[in-house]
Design a protein around this ligand. Sequence first.
Ligand SMILES: *Cc1c(COP(=O)(O)O)cnc(C)c1O
Length: 395
Amino acid sequence: MREAMLPVYAPPEEIFTRGEGMRLFTEDGKVYLDFIAGIAVNALGHAHPKMVEALKDQAEKLWHTSNMFRVRGGEELSEKYCANTFADQVFFTNSGTEAIECALKTARKYHYVNGEPHRQEIITFTGAFHGRSFAAINAGGNPAYLEGFGEPMAGFKQLPFGDMHALKAAISKDTCAVLVEPVQGEGGVRDIPESCLIELRKLCDETGTLLIYDEVQCGAGRTGKMFAHQWCEGKADPDIMAVAKGVGGGFPMGACLVTEEAGKGMRPGSHGSTYGGNPLAMAVGNVVFDELAGEGFMEEVRRVSGTLKQGLASLKDRHPEIVEEVRGKGLLCGLKLNRAPKPVQQLAREKNLLVGVAGDNVLRLAPPLIATDADIREAVEILDACLTEAKAQES
Ligand SMILES: *Cc1c(COP(=O)(O)O)cnc(C)c1O
């Protein structure tokens, strides 16, 4: 049957037909421990009762009207986002890519209405990933994702990851915005030190450059704060932020959050989406937000993150000939290996543990935020066995 699928993915044989919490089940009854969560999407695990109930409830009432009419759930959720972040306004999308598109358009329009229409250049960093639309692959700059899709788009400039000197030199009178993931996901689970984000914020302020965060992967509680940059405690807030993945917990939704100032160019007709913020998505989005913001939820994510970090550090100690480094922040983390991570990912799957990979030879972990110490012990034990086997295969 898979012959009829455009082969842009190469998935393994397993077909999952049911999920519950941290576990996924195949039709023939095999059970897997999920430590990738649809790449940082299923923040509350699979089939969370409150999400299921909200979706069913909404499904029986109203699915869609388009944004030509008000959507109460969207107004509620936008208020929650604004009350808990730097933002004053929100545009809802169906995906991370669309949230990035909205962010980039908002930034360009800002300078346009400010009388500086020449400020169009978007600065990004090596290893970035911002989605798969034309603008997003140009922002991401990954040559493999650009190849064959025509001339690179004008107005994007990429700098070496973490090179503040290059950044200072690159910002000019034509710079529109700096776009960055506070924790790089696809690029190899690399987190940017808080001091760097604070410096970046200052640099943007000094030069009138907008600061855009892509928190599509690292947001929604994944690092132990609702949004990753909030570790900087207000000292490195962006002007614009794209979120998706975890904020919908598995229902396709995203959002672009803006300050009133940064969003001032966006007026009726400037942008739009048929489905973005539709009642089904908003019903689920509200539940996800309420759960993440609930009493003690983030504290528990931070505590469990510590358990995972310790576990990964122990794997590094036990397998120094394979594991070079523990990467990441909170429950977006991984092991940088001295070899391609895919064979280890496959060994893990054979032992009923699902993990991901990322660039720079990283084995990526992004479990649901409801992971317990016991889940983490189990995952670390399986990975321990996988690394031992990987070593054995070598000799
Ligand atoms: C996944 C991802 C995107 C793209 O999101 P989609 O929902 O796949 O369009 C953008 N930025 C980052 C950092 C991501 O991880």
